[in-house]
Design a protein around this ligand. Structure first.
Ligand code: ZN
Length: 457
């Protein structure tokens, strides 16, 4: 048996979404992450194609974390014949479960709506996957401990290591025939409100590195001042501040910051509304996994108490009809779906409304359109004029910026033989390639979709 491994890039290659990396060895076949392509239509269409590999031959899937662009393709993988275990840390699997069920419901609702309103070219429109298919996928989940080597076969072991991106998130170290593979996953920040700084790898023969903010330094924003100012403006113009937010981590971080601002008397006592069924579920995970974040049980309770947490769609309409100035945090973060669509359909043509974007807005999403200043925007086949003020905060990102990525690499003692830059748009990948060359002298490769490389001992 030859001791060689192959690495193949089935997603997040020269783009930010769809993370899927196949490792083929004579002993086992592993898939690292199994994410959905999101954003531009040509990308989303890729999701509908079967993977160009023998899916039934994959033995195991390892998940770095629970975000949709890292887990959202799992039900399709199962549908194509994957029978093995899907392994991640307990919070990662809990988040993946929430995300898969939620996205299955959105797929079902979208298909139903498209059929009823007949704006689809597909007849009938089918959901990308159903709730039942998501539930069957979850049956293949198996939890693993963080910071513990796990033996997969004679010459393959792996370990999940905390990387501070979201609850449960890790990078993955894989030892295959004496070679150390490191998959960065999405790297977290050095200073975060809720999470500790990421651990760092100390050796990597083959490194697969995320590059989301490879060309950027997060601005030294006065985040709390900007938020306070935006809330005061909203209060004074008796409007609504709508914050489209990712349900995982971002929403809880915003809750924490707003609660702190209120405690410090920086903002008035106006209704603060959380409208995200998925966000509520993730909030419960913060209670369930206290060791994975910095918030004390007492602070967690006090924080939750400050918000009206919406439970039903009927309440959503009560909030819309309430004319008082208010703050609404609702999913989804890039305005691609979720409750925020209902609020914006009603409020986006009102100049008293402010929309505050708080994270990465991928190409092709409504969030990106708003960021770029569009004058009208489409929801469910209908156009609405954008009269609301649109603002943007970048520093709340859950991703390391260029300097933090370089810092994260700083403990690696060897010169990696192969470094692959993934999970970034072209300009980020190229800027990070140059920065790594300058800083460490390492040569890096920017793989294309479906590229495959051999790793020989
Ligand atoms: Zn992520």
């Amino acid at each position: 048996m030859e001791n060689k491994a192959n690495i193949r890039f089935l997603g997040a290659a020269r783009e930010v979404t769809g993370s899927k990396f196949l490792i083929e060895t004579p002993e086992r076949q592993l898939l690292i992450d199994c994410g959905l392509f999101q954003g531009l239509k040509e990308l989303r269409l890729l999701n509908w194609q079967d993977l160009p590999i023998g899916v039934s031959k994959i033995d195991v899937v390892l998940l770095t974390h629970g975000h949709l662009d890292h887990v959202g393709y799992l039900p399709r993988l199962v549908k194509q014949g994957f029978k093995g275990k899907i392994i991640g840390t307990s919070p990662t699997l809990a988040i993946a479960e929430i995300i898969l069920k939620d996205s299955a419901k959105i797929h079902e609702e979208d298909a139903k709506k498209a059929n009823e309103e007949e704006y689809t070219k597909h007849n009938p429109a089918k959901p990308f996957y159903s709730l039942l298919e998501a539930e069957l996928t979850i049956k293949q989940f198996e939890a693993a401990n963080e910071n513990q080597w796990i033996h997969l076969s004679d010459h393959i072991s792996y370990r999940f290591q905390y990387n501070g991106h979201i609850l449960g998130a890790t990078f993955i170290e894989l030892d295959i025939f004496e070679k150390r593979f490191v998959f960065s996953g999405d790297i977290g920040r050095q200073h975060d409100y809720l999470l500790d700084p990421p651990k760092q790898p100390e050796w990597a023969d083959v490194l697969v590195l995320e590059s989301t903010y490879g060309n950027k330094l997060h601005p030294e924003e006065y985040l709390e001042e900007t938020l306070t100012q935006t809330i005061m403006e909203t209060f004074n113009k008796k409007g609504t501040l709508v914050i489209p937010s990712f349900a995982v981590e971002r929403l809880q971080t915003l809750m924490y910051i707003l609660w702190k601002l209120y405690q410090k008397n920086k903002i008035p006592n106006i209704p603060m509304v959380i409208d995200s069924p998925m966000g509520n579920n993730v909030l419960n995970l913060f209670k369930q996994f206290p060791d994975w974040h910095k918030l004390s049980t007492k602070d967690f309770k006090a924080m939750c108490h400050q918000f009206r947490i919406i439970q039903s769609y009927k309440e959503t309409w009560e909030v819309i009809d309430d004319n008082r100035p208010k703050i609404i945090i609702a999913g989804s973060g890039m305005v691609t779906g979720g409750r925020v669509l209902t609020y914006l359909q009603q409020l986006i043509d009102n100049p008293a409304t402010t929309i505050l974007l708080v994270g990465y807005q991928a190409e092709g999403t409504r969030g990106r359109q708003l960021l770029e200043g569009v004058h009208e925007i489409r929801f469910y086949g209908k156009y609405y004029p954008v009269k609301a003020q649109v603002k943007n905060i970048e520093s709340l990102s859950a991703h390391a910026d260029q300097a933090e990525i370089i810092e994260w690499l700083g403990k690696i003692k060897n010169i990696p033989e192969q470094v692959y830059l993934v999970h970034g748009e072209a300009s980020s990948l190229d800027a990070l390639r140059l920065k790594i060359k300058q800083t460490f002298g390492w040569t890096t490769c920017i793989p294309k979709l479906n590229d495959s490389f051999e790793v020989v001992p």
